[in-house]
Design a protein around this ligand. Sequence first.
Ligand SMILES: Nc1nc2c(ncn2[C@@H]2O[C@H](COP(=O)(O)OP(=O)(O)OP(=O)(O)O)[C@@H](O)[C@H]2O)c(=O)[nH]1
Length: 687
Amino acid sequence: MGNDMQYSLITLARLLTYFLWVSTASLFLHAGVVAQETTNLETQLDQYLLGYSQGTATLADLDAIYRQMNSNTPIQTRTRAFGYRVMAMSPTEIDEQTLNAAIALAEEANKSGVTAAITEMKALLVNLYFNQGDTRAALVELELLGRLLPDVSSPRVRFLSHQAAGQLLGSVGDYEQALSHYLQAAEAVNETDNMLTLRRRMLVTEGIARVHTGMRQYERSLESTINLIEIAEAAGLEKEYARLYLFKGYLQSILLQLEAAIASFETSIEWAKQFDDQETILLNMNNIGSTLMELERYEEARDILSAALSEAERVNDTLTSRLLHFNLLYIDVMQGTLESVPALEQAAEQVRHVISESEYIDLLQYMAKAYEHAGLYEKTIDVLKTQRELQQEFSRKERNKAIQELQLRAQANEQAIEIELLEQRNLAQQSKLRNADLQKKVFYLLSLVIVLASLLLLLAWRAARRANIRLQSLNQELEYQSSHDPLTGLLNRRSFQAAMTNKQRLSDSSNKDKHPDALILLDVDYFKKVNDRKGHAAGDKVLVELAQRLRSLSRNTDMVVRWGGEEFLIYLKEMDPSFLPTYVEKLLKTIGETPVEAAGKTISVTATAGFISFPFESGVETIHDWERCLQIADMALYLGKVQGRNQALGVMELLEENKAGLEALEHNLSGAIEKGWVRTTHVPGPA
Ligand SMILES: Nc1nc2c(ncn2[C@@H]2O[C@H](COP(=O)(O)OP(=O)(O)OP(=O)(O)O)[C@@H](O)[C@H]2O)c(=O)[nH]1
């Protein structure tokens, strides 16, 4: 039993341990693999960044890193890579597809709950929407971004966010806020120290310069630009020089530092030439020409503008050609060629469609000057009037635009609140789902544990039950063996004694009306001879056969006992004493009439018996002690033997109903019989 159960338990325990081990190992290995892949990807991104800052990395390098990523890659690594990808693209390369990819990744970031990733994606979306001209969407993202920013620790993400905010707010004219963001972006940059630090510092400074320009704080803007150029030179970013010097010259010309402006434009041309940047060269030439016009150095201006015009025409740059054409006609008029006035008017109209409104308003100033120079005073007044009207109209529009932008920001704020609410709701929903999922998992796990425990219990129970059954049958066997004679299967003396003790304990007076029981002690005659002549095995066979015959005559309530070697005791329940001799006769016949067949031999046997009713009514007293009764039956048996065997003697009645009679009955039966104190019944055996 123990073995069965132990085996099952051990097997289950082993299975469970194995299962746990495999799960733990796979979890551990999986975690290890993910961690290793992540480190590897981050390193690759660092290398890419290095290459990017040195101008050697390509988009293909980045794509190669991208291909190694999957949904298991930590979200912040993926957002970082995506940010680099956008950074590597020129504004014109950014399309709908890029935007959609960014929106999808932003959603993933939202779901992950990783603040740095969420913020980075929001900053990128601000940039992308701004780039696509969708100011409203950019503002909404900015509102959401603003709520997250205080929790962001990564300087890189803080820089990106503030930079994006500065750029967007600067473009909608919220210069103060823009400036504040740029300053925070500058702080974030100061916390970084890598290959991108200088480039980032430049972007911030350029942003600041643009904000100052927007605020018409040109001197400050110029300061920032000079600073910017220093940074670019320190970083050796030669590609940026032309653009920066152009901007510097532009600011100087506004501040009427005209000679310095020309010098800046010339420097810009030098650098633009290095990189074959025709567009910048043309812009600078036009700017130099315009500045010379301001200085009334018309000949020099004409030279450079003519050269620029032929270059612009060569490269089919219509816009610049028209501007240059206008400037050249202006010079003509200023130098006295008054016939050029209509052509100048015509050129102004053409230019009007390709320049901004404010630029056109500035251009009208030149027209007024030209008319004045040509003595066309009425036209001068007209054009100045038009200029004033346009200026007023422009200012009104600007004001409206500012109001609209304010409205737009308020709407964006509202939308952001709605989105935030929605996101919160989504998060709550997700956590609800996660909880439900967790509950489900716990339920399944518990069910599994219950099933396994039940299985174990069942196995244990079955094993215990089997053990009990075996034990029971062993006990029964043991009990049987201890109460039965192994040869004949009859009750043995011990069990009979126990039964009688029990019986005596339970006997009560309610038995009064019933017949007494009977005790018959029976002994096989000359059995020793059987053994001696036919062999011990044949003797055994005879005993078994006789036991069987005795049993065949007994009822369920009777007891047939092997009392000793060849001696049997038959206990009959409620036997009418008058029928007892007949029964005993039948008993003797059953034994003696048919010989026993044993080992091919026929063995004739007879038996002698003594019998008595129990309890025995002696007249003096009722003998309730079965052993005393049996003692009398034994004496009767003995007398039967003495008188020739194959017979039985029953003690029926004590005629001398006194103490002496009882004494004689119990200790000297033959004497009592001789004295005629006892009535006996003689039963002869079969002839
Ligand atoms: N084969 C066999 N013999 C047994 C067994 N138990 C007792 N005996 C034999 O039974 C014989 C009894 O012999 P005795 O007591 O001298 O009596 P008897 O030969 O039957 O003679 P009476 O009883 O005087 O008629 C002995 O030889 C015992 O060895 C048994 O289980 N198997």
